[in-house]
Design a protein. Sequence first.
Length: 392
Amino acid sequence: MYNFNYYTPTKVVFGKDTELKVAELIKEFGGKKILIHYGGGSVIRSGLMKRVTDILDKENIEYIMLGGAVPNPHLGLVYEGIELCKKENVDFILAVGGGSAIDSAKAIGYGVTNGGDVWDFYDYKRKANACLPLGVILTIAATGSEMSDSSVITKEEGLVKRGYSSDYSRPKFAIMNPELTMTLPDYQTACGCTDIMMHTMERYFTNGGNMDLTDALAEGLLKTVKENAKILAKDPKNYDARAEVMWAGSLAHNGLTGCGNDGGDWMTHKLEHELGGLYDVAHGAGLAAIWGSWARYVYKNCLPRFKKFALNVMEVENAGTDEEIALKGIEAMEDFYREINMPTNLRELGVKATDEDLVLMAHKCAVGVGGEMGSARVLNEADMLAIFRASM
């Protein structure tokens, strides 16, 4: 195992009606002038936004609002939010929604508190030294951004999707009421479950440092999401299943399942970022579509981990060679994706990429990771292109 730092300062308030505590929490963390940042109209149609603003009005907390955060959130809206916060002297951001609203809120927070162009952080040209404090009312269990240090933004010019991580952006609080996820379409629920599992799998398939306890936590989380995703596919109003998935989403990306290893592989995410940037696909679906091709490309270089995953998570029969067991695990994972109506290749995702598109995505991915990256296997641009081609 490797040395590690584990830092998770976010205060979690979990359960039914917890959104009613929003004013109390904002005051606890010093917020006086609030930007409420959200996505589309679902938080308005559901009545959630009115409940929130009524509470803030009652407690005399001043706020302004900025909607429009979309999947693969756009840099243009981030710039708009930065200028609005500066003009209105905002001192706290409340993100109401899922990962897109939270990631966009983090980027706005960086832009308000640091000089220069906020895209510099996502382009890895410099590091942030502050972020406006923010809180979250979570409506989608997926990205784990409500407890993580990371955010992902898409620059419209050139369709470049990049992530940036800094502890400065970890939310001060996260309100998590599983009931708020019950209005999600089945597809979005499945995408969320896929993303949650992938955050743990990225940390699991490593060639550097492992702890038995961390592995047990990761395997338990993966099995929990897998089983509850199946329940939600048949019974989307099941509160207990929603609660299991929501809590798993936070634990999958707050660093817990990576304690003691080398930080994780993350190449499935990096490859998907190029899909999301170019084709604006749902992130979870993009991950499912690329994972099998990535896994078959790298598993021989990380065979003990793939065998352990097959046996302990996918629960395949312990028969045959290590390689045969590993491949059975990959196949079982793809069967699970199909069971929850997730794609297992780019055609099923609806992406009709030309070979020129694949070459472009591989090149942009290589540039984005600084040439090469990976832990299960270090991948260069030629490897990335081979995986994209296999995923067709």
